[in-house]
Design a protein around this ligand. Structure first.
Ligand code: DC
Length: 230
């Protein structure tokens, strides 16, 4: 009998390896993978490019008018990896930099931005067979997902991972303390915002991966997936 196709929802704190794990699972089981954080990052980049962010203020009336013009998509590149595109331009590199990271929590706290993104995400997952990661996937986007996972790790461990990643990309200006401060600040904004705050769904499995290797966490997730499709 063919395995049933399910929805896998992965939520958790920033920089705790959600996407590494989600991507690996999607590849292994032949599902589509959607990085919803990349969508909020792309909207943030759009705002920065249009000068809509001043300090910690986003020009909401202007952004609201621009929302219909913001087109976000994912395309697989030559290496077989999924890149984020914004209005016909590959923005994968730009959306991962500190400029976007420092402002994305402001943009992702805006109700009309969230509603537009959630609508697109629900359309992408309509036929199941999808692994989606974010902050509100198990609570808001797919409350009926068959497998929900909530991942966390200590702020120190998460900042170390993110710092290494930035260094690997050739960023020599950002300090470890800046990265740690960004991780802590994003946790605070993400968990206390009014619109869909980050929280573990009641039926989500909790995984603290502070002391797990990537392989260990991948195996754990794959086994949880097998339990759901058997
Ligand atoms: O996963 P990430 O760090 O790339 O996400 C970037 C930001 O977007 C993060 O600070 C919180 C926000 N986000 C969100 O509010 N809802 C999601 N489903 C995904 C991300």
């Amino acid at each position: 009998m063919a395995q049933k196709r399910i929805t896998v929802a992965i939520d958790g704190h920033s920089s705790c390896g959600k996407s590494t794990m989600a991507k690996a699972l999607a590849k292994r089981i032949g599902y589509a993978y959607i990085d919803t954080g990349a969508m909020y990052r792309a909207v943030t980049l759009y705002c920065l490019e249009k000068g809509m962010i001043d300090g910690d203020k986003v020009n909401k009336p202007r952004l609201r008018r621009h929302m219909p013009k913001i087109e976000i998509s994912f395309k697989v590149n030559e290496e077989g990896k999924s890149d984020t595109w914004l209005n016909g331009k590959n923005v994968e590199q730009e959306i991962r930099g500190m400029e976007v990271s420092n402002k994305v929590s402001l943009v992702s706290a805006i109700g009309f931005v969230r509603r537009a993104m959630v609508e697109q995400q629900q359309a992408m997952g309509r036929n199941k067979g999808i692994v989606m990661d974010g902050r509100d996937i198990g609570t808001v986007v797919f409350p009926d997902a068959e497998l929900k996972v909530f991942i966390t790790a200590s702020a120190q461990v998460r900042a170390e991972r993110r710092y290494k990643e930035l260094q690997g990309k050739g960023d020599t200006t950002t300090t470890f303390d800046e990265v740690l401060a960004n991780v802590i600040e994003r946790d605070r904004i993400d968990s206390t915002r009014k619109e869909s705050p980050l929280r573990q769904a009641d039926d989500a499995l909790l995984l603290d991966n502070s002391n797990l290797t990537i392989d260990e966490q991948n195996e754990w997730l794959y086994n949880e997936f097998l339990k759901k499709v058997k």
